[in-house]
Ligand binder design. Sequence first.
Ligand code: BGC
Length: 812
Amino acid sequence: AISIKNLDNWFRKGVKEDSWHLTYYSFNKEEEKLRETLCTVGNGYFGARGCFEAENASETHYPGTYIAGVYNKTPTLVRGRKIFNNDLVNCPNWLPIEFRIGNKGYISPLNMEVLNYKQDLDMHNGIMERFITCRDSAGRITTIHTRRIASMFNPHYAAIQYEIIPLNYIEKIYIKSSINGNVENTGVDRYNNLNSSHLKLVSKGKTDDILHLAVDTSHSKTRIAMNSKTIVYENNSLKYAKRTLLEDRAKLGEEIEIIAKEGRIYTIEKLVSIYTSLDKNVSNPEEAAREDISKVNSFRDILEPHIKTWHSLWRNANITISGDRFIQKTARLHTYHLLATASIHNKNIDAGMPARGLHGEAYRGHIFWDELFIFPFYNQYFPEITRSLLMYRYRRLKAAKKYAGDNGYKGAMYPWQTADDGSEETQIIHYNPVSGKWGPDSSRRQRHVSIAIFYNIWEYCSTSNDLDFLHDYGIIMLLEIARFWASIAEYDEATGKYHIKGVMGPDEYHEKAPGSKEDGLTDNAYTNIMVAWLLDKTLHIIDGLPQKVKKKVIKTINLKPSETDKWKAITYKINVIIDKNEIISQFNGYLELKELNWEKYRKKYGNIKRLDRLLKAEKDTPDRYKVAKQADTLMLFYLLAPEEIVSILKNLGQDIKDAHKLLKENYDYYVKRTSHGSTLSMIVHSNILKYLKDSETAWEWFTRCARSDIYDTQGGTTIEGIHAGVMAGTLNIIMQNFAGISHSREKLEINPRLPKHWNRLSFRILYKENWYNIEITRSRIKVRVESEGTLAVYSKGKRYTVAGSKPKTIQY
Ligand code: BGC
């Protein structure tokens, strides 16, 4: 039996290798919502925040369950105007398990005196675990141990194992296990004036031992069905217990009555199945949920295949670092959360990659351009996941063409923020928490999202060799995107150049030229240079297509030679402004703007990351200044090698002699004028320094990114969801900067730049259908390939061949 004396040993069970665990040793109200985000369990189909089972939405807790692709668009009246917001829906909460002792009411153990506490996310096995020992006001001490999973094997399953041990009493205890559909989207304070109610009860009840609840989203009419089954054990033997059904609108649960004896373990296993009407090949979600739940009888039934599946994922994606405990843990944490958001199951899911994961409600679960930072992660280990996420974009090509057409353009213009049906979901007005006022929001003019999608398709195809995807789906998207860019670019006889007007770059601070009535800017350099790159790429890709495919696509999209002629012309004549010091002007007019007195603002406000909100609250505007929220011009170097940029500029008539000098000058110029209001900015700054061999500064940016979610360094943003782009971005820096992996020349190159204190870095990556095992130590690279034939890798320009079974050692 377990007693207060031997509790410690029991408590320690499950303490495993540190680097696979995110562990907290005390309960901390102030940090709880952050930990809930970081301890989310998910499998790509759904994600559930790590809220304690007994808690409801409150100042300290926020249980949230989000199912990929389940959105609901509802109107709210703001300043007399109806605005619509499309939210990733907070679905019924399947977590609740509460307990009470004797005749007392239900009190959360966290509201009792907490004597001992441990919370742990086991990333290797995909399990969230908690140990709590608490004492109630009558002096009764109870230990609670819970484990929770979102099955990675069958993504429709969730399960909780909840153990209760009375340590100094014998009493009747009651346990309430429920599914709660009385939930709203209230996870983000700033959105609280907006409509947050999305669910309508369809049916609920208990059949045999199964509780079932079905709700519909109010506007998108998605049916969500959840079933649950609760099993009770006493010291591992099935226990008969009296059960009472409890119902309250869209919540139903059962109260289980047990005579609990000191030192015995009472285990509640709650098995849950989740289906929606969006599920492929499922005609009736209620029936599917019912069928799945009848197939499982214990927590173990769901746990074992789940663990096996996580292990197989880690076999692909585990990065091992020796010499750096923190980064080792963080790298695994980031990998874990990316896979919780989009996984191998996405092939059956029609959903994109939400920027804030399935972990919270920030940005309403929308999908932006962040895939640009995220897909390199999937390309290396799970290209099939990138493919699924690109198919989500393909299915919305029609909507992107309509969006282009509605704006007077040809081709496909993808929306800046989108959700389920591919429409633009960016707000029209934006709430400024500094001034408490609503103001216009032009950020939808970030047309560069269509550059990101092009780049992602190209990268995916070239790293995976998936020609079927390219020929059947990718090429159509590439051509329609190219067509859009060619149609937005206008030729001006007077300048003899093509210009792109009315756009915003990744720097969201600049919305228009100062004093101008027209939204957007002209000739954003990032946009124009990438457009030259992508049009050139498109022409090459068309040339390389098999004749049959080429004929078919040209016919399908009715591509005319006059169009491709224009594409070619743009690659020679799109306007990019560069001054005499080789500073690339972020857009036309940027170099003439005023300098901001950064010191003054830093002194006045301390944190000036959201300089836009501060300036606007002062009735000023960032439009007037040389400021940037995040890397804009420097994004070019994140996507293209400096030499590639120089060669594009050369076609455009700009003669730059030294590619690295171009980067250095622009880095030094822009870094001083950037507030890094988005953490993505630091990812870019860190990664591009690989070209300048400035390891120290790269390391500084990198660690700031690595710390940003785990410690919520932006102060309150991670509680509203992870930053998937930054999580993947840090992994990109490890691979691209520290391991020095690149394939920009269609060859696998390894030029390591290990941080000074790292002794060893090892991982497996997939490149063009071959797995490479790479181990980097301070002076050597060891490569082993997993295929029969001989493959080549490059280091410092030298070619090395690696044959299947024999590892190759390269000195660097
Ligand atoms: C950044 C965007 C990003 C979005 C979602 C914003 O703060 O400025 O670049 O796409 O967050 O992560």
